[in-house]
Design a protein around this ligand. Structure first.
Ligand code: SF4
Length: 343
């Protein structure tokens, strides 16, 4: 029996996140890590999630995967719905991920089989005491009713797809026998081995040099086209977003501040924070562009300003901004922003 591949319909909603609130309960107080975020991920598309460190990007991903360190960090409000792709022409019932026990077999089935995650540090996923092959085979057999030979053949195939040379031999190697770039690709291979519908990639190439980074991103894009899977790409690197994303979500202190198609984010950023991010990065074709960093720093989660959280750093802040949080508006179709300038 072959490893089963799902039927993915590009453009259909795959995951819907509605008014998600994820909080951490610490001795110093409550941290609102994700504060009322709403968005959808479509089949076959890449959603880029950007923002500075600590803005809630990774916690949003961990909430979708139900990998939060509960009960210290937990979803306190909102809903995450997963719409499984059709199988054998049969529509599957949608699943409310937030209502599941995170240790339940249903959640474990979704994690890995339908939604897989890769991290900046491959050793978060790879176990140093087992060979790379054994780990991929185990991941396949955990989610699919296949014998070891079939799982091994799939493991070799997927290692080849991520450009690991001589995969028949390398499958027997331990993670430490591989280079950093190869370990990263082995982790991607493990994540892809069960044909996930959604791959969540959290800063997947940040630790790698630019050439290897470009190769891995190209690789991910090729595999996306082949499998039709969706990618949620978390990064602070707008250059990576420009190369990979269809749509972009900009987060600031746990809130979504802007969301639009990638070309609108680059050519017509509306939120002053997004405009600041754009001015602070070098862009291809604009070599002489003067880089201007955003002044100030992200506020402490224990001492958030009243009104718009960006107001202390915003060059266009008005009195109203310091009193009231701006609601989300849609100044042009499909372009969402939370800023008083557009209300
Ligand atoms: Fe700046 Fe006001 Fe918009 Fe906040 S709401 S980003 S402070 S203009």
């Amino acid at each position: 029996m072959a490893v089963e591949q799902k039927e993915l319909a590009v453009g259909q909603e795959l995951v819907r996140i509605e008014d998600l609130h994820t909080q951490f309960f610490t001795e110093q107080g409550i941290v609102k890590a994700v504060d009322g975020v709403t968005f959808s991920i479509e089949q076959g598309k890449t959603l880029g999630v950007v923002g500075e460190s600590g803005c809630g990007k990774s916690i949003t991903a961990m909430s979708i995967m139900r990998l939060l360190p509960e009960p210290r960090g937990r979803i306190v409000k909102g809903k995450i719905t997963f719409f499984p792709p059709q199988q054998n022409n049969i529509n599957q019932t949608s699943v409310d991920i937030t209502a599941l026990d995170r240790h339940s077999s249903q959640m474990r089935g979704i994690r890995g089989r339908h939604i897989a995650m890769i991290f900046q540090e491959p050793m978060t996923s790879l176990n140093p005491v087992y060979t790379v092959g054994d780990q991929i085979i185990e991941a396949i057999q955990l989610h699919q009713q296949v014998d070891r030979d079939t799982a091994r053949a799939r493991a070799i195939e997927v290692l080849e797809q991520v450009d690991i040379p001589d995969p028949e031999r390398r499958i027997s190697e331990y993670p430490h026998q591989m280079s950093g770039g190869q370990r990263q690709r082995a982790m991607i291979a493990m994540a892809l081995s069960c044909y996930p519908s959604l791959l969540i990639a959290d800063e997947p190439t940040t630790a790698l040099d630019v050439t290897i980074q470009a190769k891995i991103l190209r690789n991910m894009r090729d595999l996306q086209q082949e499998y039709g899977m969706s990618i949620m790409l978390i990064t602070h690197d707008l250059g990576v977003i420009g190369r990979m994303a269809d749509e972009v979500l900009v987060m600031y202190v746990g809130k979504k501040v802007e969301q639009a198609e990638v070309r609108n984010i680059f050519h017509n950023p509306l939120h002053p924070y997004t405009q600041g991010l754009m001015k602070s990065i070098p862009l291809i074709g604009l070599k002489d562009k003067k880089l201007v960093p955003i002044t100030g720093s992200v506020p402490s989660p224990f001492n958030l300003p009243t009104g718009c959280y960006f107001a202390p750093r915003c060059p266009q802040a008005m009195d109203r901004c310091r009193r009231e949080a701006p609601p989300e508006t849609e100044p042009e179709p499909g372009h969402f922003v939370s800023c008083w300038l557009y209300k």
